[in-house]
Design a protein around this ligand. Structure first.
Ligand SMILES: [Zn+2]
Length: 362
């Protein structure tokens, strides 16, 4: 299963075959249109969408299979649903965008998913993992789906990566953003002001990182709520570190070794070694932030623009001439954003969505 909840959210779940057989008596109706692509079958409520998803399936399935060692050969059926459900009266949380019904290789995706192609790729990864991966802890399985889907889907990649990085950082602790404004008008009046905004995750009760890495994942953890939105981003970060250090083949080897020892899951200590995280958990947030460069900071600023601009206006408005318009302020200021404790600052004046937000809130 997977979910990503931060500003927007995405999640998907694996619904096991036990659940499926229990509920098959009142199964959800099949979407009306049927399209057969080279790689599988797609059903949707309109033909244009079915053909589009079919084309994506043909592109993504082989791409995912070439990324994942020991991936299954399969011919999935994809249901693109207006309301995501396996059975007629099922109500899944709004942030769920897709799931994998393990019976019949069926993938369900919601037609209004924030990034439908990325959701499809994520679900394809779940679908192709062969049984030799079964000792992979749930957070890492979700992380593997996230990492691979971002590898094979280029559309919006930088922003999606930045979002996950930032969410991981917030999962590991609070952060403060700083906004620095340098204003100068034609009459020699100048102002330099710093303001800050506290950033924290909505998922404050999420299981702590080391405990989360020991979860098996799957349906039980979905129902219990142990695996929460932030764990998908965190899993993505840990898997990206493992991939850099030992490659996905190395990760698969850890799965096999755990299996040979009769262990249910890869031990946490081995995950920490493979991801080079054998340092105190209190240092992990810094490791995440080491990966935040200018591009990521700009994406973060856009994501949090509402709060950011509120902090900015609160910090400078009262010190500026009263009749000043938002556009005059923008024309005469250099506005920069960074994270407290980190030296890097990016200019917000180049980000149209942030400037629009300043005009809106002014
Ligand atoms: Zn998932």
């Amino acid at each position: 299963m997977s979910r990503l909840g931060f500003f927007g959210s995405m999640r998907s779940v694996i619904v096991g075959s036990i659940l499926f057989s229990m509920l098959s008596g009142c199964a959800a109706p099949r979407p009306r249109v049927f399209v057969e692509s080279s790689s599988g079958i797609v059903r949707a409520d309109n033909e244009v969408l079915a053909r589009q998803v079919g084309a994506w399936l043909d592109e993504l399935l082989p791409a995912v299979q070439s990324c994942i060692p020991y991936s299954l050969e399969l011919r999935p059926e994809v249901w693109v649903q207006e309301k995501l459900r396996l059975y007629r009266n099922q109500d899944l949380p709004d942030e769920v965008y897709g799931f994998n019904a393990s019976i019949g290789n069926r993938i369900h995706v919601r037609e209004d998913a924030e990034n439908l192609k990325l959701t499809l790729a994520h679900e394809i990864v779940h679908a192709v993992l062969d049984p030799s991966w079964e000792t992979l802890p749930g957070v890492l399985e979700e992380g593997l789906c996230e990492w691979t889907s971002l590898r094979v889907v280029s559309q919006g990649r930088a922003g999606e990566r930045a979002k996950r990085l930032f969410q991981s950082a917030l999962y590991l602790g609070e952060l403060s953003g700083k906004i620095r404004v340098s204003y100068q008008d034609a009459f020699g009046f100048s102002l330099r002001a710093d303001s800050s905004v506290t950033l924290s995750t909505r998922d404050e009760d999420a299981l702590p990182p080391k405990e989360a890495l020991a979860l098996s994942g799957g349906f039980a953890d979905l129902v219990s709520g142990d695996l929460s939105g932030v764990h998908y981003a965190f899993g993505h970060w840990v898997v990206s570190r493992i991939e850099r250090n030992v490659s996905l083949t190395g990760l698969h080897r850890l799965c096999q070794e755990a299996r040979e020892r009769g262990q249910e899951l890869i031990p946490v200590q081995e995950i920490l070694r493979a991801s080079r995280l054998e340092v105190p958990v209190s240092d992990w947030q810094d490791r995440v932030l080491d990966e935040v460069g200018d591009v990521e900071l700009c994406h973060i600023a856009v994501e949090i623009r509402e709060d950011l601009v509120r902090g900015l206006i609160k910090g400078v408005r009262k010190s500026l001439p009263g009749e000043l318009s938002a556009q005059e302020f923008l024309n005469r200021s250099v506005i920069r954003f960074g994270l407290v404790g980190r030296g890097r600052l990016v200019s917000l004046g180049d980000l149209p969505l942030v400037c629009d937000e300043i005009r809106r809130q002014w």
